[in-house]
Design a protein around this ligand. Sequence first.
Ligand code: ADP
Ligand code: MG
Length: 269
Amino acid sequence: MSAYTRMNKIGRGSYGDVFKVTRNSDGKVLVIKEVSLLGVSKEEENEILNETEIIKKLDHRHIVSCVESFVENDVLHIVMEYASGGDLAAVIKRNSAAGKYITEEQFWSYLIQITLGLQHMHSRRVLHRDVKASNVFLDQNGDIKIGDLGLGKVLSSKTTCAISQVGTPIYFSPEICEGKPYDTKSDVWALGCLLFELVTCKPPFQAANQPQLLKKIVNDPPEAHVPSHYSREIPFIIGKLLDKDPRKRPSPDSILNYSAVQIRIERAR
Ligand code: ADP
Ligand code: MG
């Protein structure tokens, strides 16, 4: 008998369905992501399980924690913490529909919390690989929980799924567009895109097709401007995160050291 009872399906991810469940032992509400391993060799399965082990070791207040993972009937089950406050995609959609903007302080608070989560991942040599508004959740207190971690690489190459595109092309970094390997700075670029979208309600680069999109990402400045009612520090920091040159793009450590960020960290203490 399973240790969990399914409540309802809350989403369909790129790799499989996501269910809200309760843990039978204590009634705790959790989430299970199911990934089909049909057609995956034992060796590849082990590689995927290794990756989930690494993710399980992450322990940070701004990262959705992974409770356990197991394989049952050729389906990988990833049991994780439930983030009940929705995701940042919903925040953007709501604001956009109402013609509203997040506040200056909300922006800095999200920036700091997501950066802290990324800093933890990167310090454990885990790349997120798919930072985007719909993968950044809010908990019941409105605090950030980054979800959907790091499995991008193993899953995309190992599982036969309908949508095997890893990462969202609109958040592809210039180096990825040029076929270079994904690294920590590519996560930082994606964070820049997400923050840009939070204050403009639009991704920085959009195009009718992928080749045009990649060309814009590599060559052009972002299409929209950060609204002028925000402090100049917001377009400044987003500009740094969206530096085309990954070497000039700040690491999470450097982001947290900017004076505009330091001031807010101090204030929150
Ligand atoms: P995608 O591949 O599109 O990113 P996911 O597999 O991450 O999809 O998740 C599918 C949906 O399930 C998401 O849109 C989200 O609403 C929900 N979801 C995923 N993980 C969680 C979680 N830990 N807490 C709450 N909802 C979640
Ligand atoms: Mg996701």
